[in-house]
Design a protein around this ligand. Structure first.
Ligand SMILES: [Zn+2]
Length: 143
C-alpha cells in the first residue's frame, strides 16, 4: 500500500513538474524566445518614444510575472508539505495542484496580454513583422 501511494504522489509531482515545464515551453515560444525580443528591439527600428513605452511595459510585465512565479513556487511548497504530512492523495494535495495550475494559467494569460501590449506600441508596418514572429514562435518545432 505504501509503495502504491508513493508511486501516486511521485506521479502527481511529476505531472506538476511537467506542467511547469509546459508553461516554460509556452512562455519560451510566446515571449522569451530571443527571436521575438530580437525582432522588437533590433529589427523593428523603434523610435525613442517607442523604446520608452516598451521599457515601461517590460517593467510592469516583469513584476506580474515574478508574482505568478512566486505563487507557483509556493504551490509546489504546499504540495511538498502535503506529501510529507500524509503520504496520500488528500484534499491538501489537490488544493496545491489546483493552486499551481491557477498560477500557471494566470502567467500564460499575463504573457499573452503583455505580447498584445507590446504590439499596441507598434506602427502597422512594424506590427506585420511582429505578428509573423509571434506566429512563427508559437508554431515552430523546438530546436
Ligand atoms: Zn516583452
Amino acid at each position: 500500500m505504501r509503495s502504491i501511494l508513493l508511486t501516486l504522489v511521485l506521479s502527481v509531482i511529476g505531472a506538476a513538474v511537467g506542467a511547469w515545464g509546459g508553461a516554460e515551453y509556452v512562455m519560451h515560444r510566446a515571449h522569451t524566445a530571443p527571436t521575438l525580443h530580437d525582432v522588437v528591439h533590433e529589427k523593428l527600428h523603434l523610435t525613442a518614444e517607442q523604446k520608452v513605452r516598451m521599457e515601461s511595459l517590460e517593467r510592469d510585465h516583469a513584476t506580474r510575472r515574478h508574482a505568478f512565479e512566486a505563487e507557483m513556487r509556493a504551490a509546489n511548497a504546499d504540495l511538498a508539505q502535503a506529501f510529507q504530512e500524509q503520504h496520500a492523495y488528500t484534499p491538501q494535495v489537490q488544493a496545491a495542484i489546483d493552486r499551481f495550475h491557477h498560477a500557471m494559467g494566470g502567467l500564460q494569460k499575463e504573457t499573452i496580454v503583455h505580447v498584445l501590449a507590446m504590439r499596441s506600441v507598434l506602427t502597422p508596418e512594424q506590427t506585420a513583422q511582429f505578428d509573423q514572429t509571434v506566429v512563427k514562435s508559437l508554431t515552430e518545432d523546438a530546436r
